[in-house]
Design a protein around this ligand. Sequence first.
Ligand code: COA
Length: 249
Amino acid sequence: MRTPPVFAPPHSLPQLPGAALRVLTPADFPAWVRLRDEVLAGLAHPDMYVREADEAAFFAQHSLPRGHAIGVFLGAELVAYAMLGAPEPGEAGHLGAVAGLAPDAQARVAHLASCMVRAGWRGRQLQALLLKLRCALAQAYGRPLCLAMVSLHNAASCHNLLAHGMWIAWTGEIDGLQRHVLQIDLLGHARWDLGGSRLIAAGDFAQLRAAVADGYCGIADAVDGPRRMLRYARRLPDAAAPGHAAVPR
Ligand SMILES: CC(C)(COP(=O)(O)OP(=O)(O)OC[C@H]1O[C@@H](n2cnc3c(N)ncnc32)[C@H](O)[C@@H]1OP(=O)(O)O)[C@@H](O)C(=O)NCCC(=O)NCCS
C-alpha cells in the first residue's frame, strides 16, 4: 500500500509537540469512527454536531479521491481531523445552492466539511490550523469558494471560522436543523461597511435570518457577559488585488 503523504515533520506543530499531520486513508476509518463516537458523546449540546446518516459514505465522500481528510496524529493516535469536500453543482447537500450562489460559482465551491478535536487536545488552535490547510488545498484544486455549515449552538467552531476571515452568508434550516452557512472567497478581499453594523444575539434565529435577508453578513462574534453576540455588516465591493487594480470610474 502506498504510504500516505505526511504534510509536516513533527517539530513543525509548536502547539502540539510530537504531532504529525497526514492524509487519512480507508485504513484510518476505524480510528476516525472512534474519535467521532468520543467527541459526539461529549458535546455540550446535541445540536452542535449531528451524526451523518451514513458515516462510511460521508468518510468516502470527504477523503481521496473525492475529497481530502487530514488527521493530526500523536504516534498512532488520531487526536484531530478535518475534511474537505468537492461537491458537484446539483449534488444533494451542496452548500452553494443552499446559500444561493450562481451555478458557475457553485462549480468553484469546496466544503470545509467536518472538524473534530478530542477534548484533551482542544485549546491549541488545531481547528485554525486545519482550516488553513484545507483552504490551501481548496485553492490548489481550483475551488476558492469555501463554505462551511455550523450549528447556532456551536460557539467555538463559529468563532474559529469567523476568526479565519469567513462570514455568515446564510442562516436557515437544513434538514430541520438551524444552521449558518459561512463562506470565504480565497481570491477576493472582502470588505465591510462597519458604520451601519448590527449586533445580534447569537441564538436569535429570527433576527439572524432577518439580517441576512436585509443583505447583511455575520462577520465577527463577541461575548457580552453571559450573552454571545454576532456582528452583522453589509459587504462593500472587494478591494482590488495588487497587480489587478480595478479601473476607477
Ligand atoms: C470546534 C472544535 C473543533 C475546536 O477545537 P480547537 O481547535 O481545539 O479550538 P480551540 O479550543 O483552540 O479554539 C477555541 C476558540 O474558540 C473560542 N471559544 C470556545 N468556546 C467559545 C464560546 N462558547 N464562545 C465563543 N468563543 C469560544 C476560544 O476562546 C478560542 O478562541 P481564540 O483562539 O480566539 O482564543 C472542538 O471544540 C470540537 O471538536 N468540538 C466538537 C466537534 C465540533 O463541534 N466540530 C465542529 C463542527 S464540524
